[in-house]
Design a protein around this ligand. Structure first.
Ligand code: NAI
Ligand code: MG
Length: 377
């Protein structure tokens, strides 16, 4: 039997609850499609940091590396200064495991209300591929005359051909397996150096994918077009900063943090990819049991797809879609079911759901990712 080994970092706040609920769906999918999922709980997050003084050590990195994939809930705790866990753990793992692209699906599932009028399941199904390691987010910089009225901060933005090519190449492969449209999002009229490098790489890689049309949209204009006309986009490839911003906009368009999933992906398969909901640890509702586990469950579906389990990923996605259609609200007691109950319902639906119910399975991101996945087992 095929076996996939998953490392599970529940993390802080609502992280462990939503991850446990998502795993119910994963195990149900494994049962239905005849493979095995073995999980290892890895105790990282605020408690680990408060006990040891480090967000993650070499030994934990080595342990995580032995797994086929990592499921992460969320990290962040009011007792720990901001950034220590988010940067110290998540960014450290992105770098250590070569997770060079961040995949953010923006899909409106039937039964979910977009806050934007006119956005429907028929016109809202795009994927943002964000370069995950460079741009303004490397932390490189300095401050001159710090703490004085003359202080000057330098925050360097770094754009290299290899990292840009990795993101663009992956985005073209994905577009080629989907609706064959790619949009570069940048600000090349102002950020002329980085912008030109991105455009050159898109033109060069694009020449090898004649089946995929590509165009260009400025990042600010993207903030107009994405909510008003999401149907014009299939795969959007962009740099780290713009990707961070437009994917939060995408999360809103698709119904909010309760449904926004993501993957920190190593396209070469040389180290595990990491799958996590876009939301954080939500300390304001931690412990109430009312966190929505759908974003975590959809992230787990992305994980199954990347592991090559196409049918299981499609079934988990469709089961989530079926349960979403029954929920009267996206968060809190008004959802009508708590975190664990939603996890149980998703798992139940995974057993017999028809993936065609929520749209053409061949056009699902799950299918495209599974096609790009090396067969593992
Ligand atoms: P957040 O995403 O945790 O929460 C924002 C708001 O959305 C809160 O009102 C929360 O209750 C609600 N919310 C989030 N997820 C929900 C869910 N699944 N169901 C129902 N409601 C949900 O963002 P916030 O408050 O800015 O950050 C809290 C902590 O999480 C901070 O320490 C932050 O640094 C960290 N964080 C960690 C991330 C990660 O682990 N990747 C990502 C974002 C934030
Ligand atoms: Mg963000």
């Amino acid at each position: 039997m095929r076996t996939h080994h998953l490392a599970v970092i529940g993390g802080d706040g609502i992280g462990p609850d939503v991850t446990a609920a998502a795993l119910d769906g994963v195990h149900a999918a494994a049962d239905r499609f005849g493979f095995e999922v073995r999980t290892t709980d890895v105790g990282l997050g605020a408690e680990h940091y408060l006990a040891t003084g480090v967000a993650i050590d070499e030994e934990s990195v080595a342990r995580l590396r032995e797994h086929d994939a990592i499921l992460l809930g969320a990290v962040g705790d009011p007792r720990v200064p901001p950034g220590i866990l988010e940067r110290g753990l998540i960014v450290a793992l992105r770098v250590a495991f070569g997770q060079s692209v961040n995949i953010r699906p923006v899909r409106l599932y039937p039964g979910v209300m977009s806050p934007v009028a006119g956005v429907t399941p028929e016109n809202c199904d795009l994927v943002i591929v964000r370069e995950n390691t460079e741009g303004l987010y490397t932390g490189s910089g300095s401050t001159a005359h710090a703490g004085t009225p003359d202080a000057v901060a330098f925050q360097n933005s770094i754009t290299t051909v290899p990292a840009t090519t990795a993101a663009v190449e992956f985005a073209f492969r994905l577009a080629s397996a989907r609706r064959k449209r790619l949009t570069l999002c940048h600000k090349k009229n102002i950020l002329v150096h980085a912008g030109q490098l991105w455009q050159d790489v898109v033109d060069e890689v694009g020449a090898r994918y004649p089946d995929v049309e590509h165009d260009y949209v400025h990042a600010d204009a993207m903030c107009l077009h994405l909510p008003l006309d999401p149907g014009r986009f299939d795969v959007v490839v962009t740099d780290n900063l713009f990707g961070d911003i437009i994917s939060d906009l995408g999360a809103t368009v698709q119904g909010g943090l309760g449904v926004a999933a993501s993957a920190n992906h190593n396209p070469t398969g040389s180290a595990p990819s990491m799958f996590e909901p876009v939301h954080g640890s939500a300390p304001d509702i931690a412990g109430t049991g009312w966190a929505n586990p759908v974003a975590a469950a959809l992230s787990a579906a992305l994980c199954l797809a990347v592991l090559g389990e196409r049918e299981a990923a499609l079934a988990l996605e469709a089961a989530v879609g079926a349960v979403l259609a029954e929920l009267p609200a996206m968060a809190g007691p008004a959802m009508g079911a708590d975190t664990a109950e939603i996890g149980r319902r998703i798992a139940e639906r995974v057993g017999d759901v028809d993936p065609g119910k929520i749209g053409d399975p061949d056009l699902s991101l799950m299918t495209a990712l599974a096609r790009l996945a090396p067969l593992s087992g």
